[in-house]
Design a protein around this ligand. Structure first.
Ligand SMILES: Nc1ncnc2c1ncn2[C@@H]1O[C@H](COP(=O)(O)OP(=O)(O)O)[C@@H](O)[C@H]1O
Ligand SMILES: [Mg+2]
Length: 438
């Protein structure tokens, strides 16, 4: 038997790895993951428009790297050991996230305990030209000088993106459109970082992390509105998962958020609606080692629904379940293990019943509700005395609600919705009196 080593083509592979699923905000977030993993408490991000010379810099005050450490960090598939709940995983993020947005990444780093600052560059144009995994020790220019100053006092690392070919338009990178695009990306980045790192920004994990983007502080956006007194915090549940070799615990924390009229202010209600708005922000918020990786929707357990829009729940797992959740490289997506989906069905349906209740209690006052049924009853049973009509109305309406809740509890909500559709078509009167038309 003989072996032949066939090394990959650096030119081809680096180009294709640019497209593994990052967008601008998620790429920045993956660089910030490294800062958090390096124990940083401050991360300063600059996204600066300068035509074709526009640049992005992400500077932290973390542990920093030695020359050897930085060399390894720039290897595709960095070789190193990972501690439990280390945000890193594949040894790719620094390279793939950076080069998904630009063609040249410069890393300037200084360990807290050393006096030497190292600077290295990966430039895709050089890698492609030489078809080799080359790392450059560059000459010092203004950008590098600025970065070196940033880590001069307390150590840390600066990641600098240049040649932003994926960000700027090929034609007229100096134009107004390019400028507005960069400004738009900066805004989306502020929003994205405020969501995915909210626990770190709040100091829920230790010393609070401070992130700025172009000098503006990133504020945490906590999907569970912890400062709202009317927020209904339901009991925490824990589930043990074992798949093959991997096993660990998953924690579910369900919440029913207050409806608009029970929020401390309409402005706060609107803020808590979130970037996708109430409907699509309902559902599971999945955290890996305190960092939010995926949110919105119920992970295949049920669909999103206007009536359950006040329901949100955190689902937390540790890195020992990475394999089970199948976290992707860009750390934007996990797969819900089928075993867990089954375990979550009941608590999630219960949460949604409560949320539905909270929604109905406020979206329509009881008087209105009764009025509706009465109106429909008087239309269909004109000879019935008023008092009897109103008694029947409330009773029948309650029956509709009870059926709906039972369907949810039985985990048959999708079937219930199909049944309602049929009733609406075949017996619209019955549907109206059961209150199935809201
Ligand atoms: N800001 C930083 N501070 C200190 N070390 C870093 C920093 N960024 C990257 N590194 C080092 O580079 C390695 C490779 O990073 P990366 O490519 O993102 O892969 P991963 O985070 O999955 O290990 C990290 O494991 C870490 O040792
Ligand atoms: Mg990383």
């Amino acid at each position: 038997m003989t072996y032949t080593s066939v090394a990959p083509s650096a030119a081809r592979l680096t180009e294709s790895l640019r497209d593994i699923g990052y967008d601008f905000p998620t790429a920045v977030a993956d660089i910030v993951d490294n800062s958090v993993a390096a124990g940083a408490t401050r991360v300063e991000i600059d996204i600066r428009f300068d035509g074709a010379g526009s640049w992005v810099s992400i500077a932290d005050d973390g542990r920093g790297m030695t020359a050897n450490g930085l060399m390894e960090a720039l290897r595709y598939g960095s070789r190193r050991e990972y501690g439990r709940n280390d945000l890193g995983r594949y040894g790719l993020g620094l390279k793939t996230a950076s080069l998904s947005q630009c063609r040249s990444v410069t890393v300037v780093s200084r360990p807290q305990t050393a006096t030497r600052t190292v600077t290295r560059v990966i430039d895709l144009d050089v890698v492609v030209e030489e078809d080799d995994w080359l790392i450059i020790s560059p000459d010092i220019d203004d950008h590098v000088r600025r970065a070196r100053e940033q880590v001069a006092d307390s150590g840390g690392t600066v990641v600098l993106w240049r040649k932003l070919d994926r960000v700027l338009p090929e034609k007229r990178p100096e134009g107004g459109w390019a400028r507005r695009r960069l400004e738009g990306l900066a805004e989306r980045t502020v929003q994205h970082l405020g969501i995915v790192f909210h626990r770190f920004l709040e100091g829920a994990t230790g010393e609070p992390l401070a992130i700025t983007v172009n000098g503006v502080k990133v504020e945490p956006w906590n999907p569970f509105a912890p400062d709202e007194p009317a927020c209904n915090v339901l009991p925490v549940q824990r589930f043990e998962i074992t798949v093959g070799e991997a096993s660990g615990w998953v924690t579910l924390r369900p919440y029913v958020l207050p409806s608009r009229d029970r929020f401390s202010s309409p402005a706060e209600f609107d803020r808590m609606s979130g970037p996708l708005n109430w409907n699509r922000q309902q559902g599971l918020y999945i955290y890996r080692a305190e960092r939010l990786v995926q949110w919105g929707g119920w992970g295949g357990i049920r669909g999103i629904d206007e009536h359950t829009k006040l329901a949100r729940a955190s689902l937390e797992f540790d890195t020992d379940l990475d394999v089970v959740f199948n976290i992707n490289v860009a750390k934007m997506r996990v797969t819900m293990p089928p075993q867990l989906r089954q375990m979550l069905e009941r608590p999630i349906n219960e949460l949604c019943i409560r949320a539905d209740d909270a929604y109905r209690r406020t979206s329509r006052t009881p008087a209105n509700n009764a009025g509706n049924y009465e109106a429909s009853l008087s239309e269909h049973f004109p000879s019935m005395p008023d008092r009897a009509r109103s008694a029947v109305g409330v009773g029948v309406g309650a029956a509709g609600l009870a059926l709906r809740s039972a369907a949810m509890q039985a985990g048959e909500y999708a079937a219930w919705k199909r049944i309602v559709e049929v009733i609406r078509i075949q017996a619209p009167d019955v549907a109206a009196s059961l209150g199935l038309n809201d």
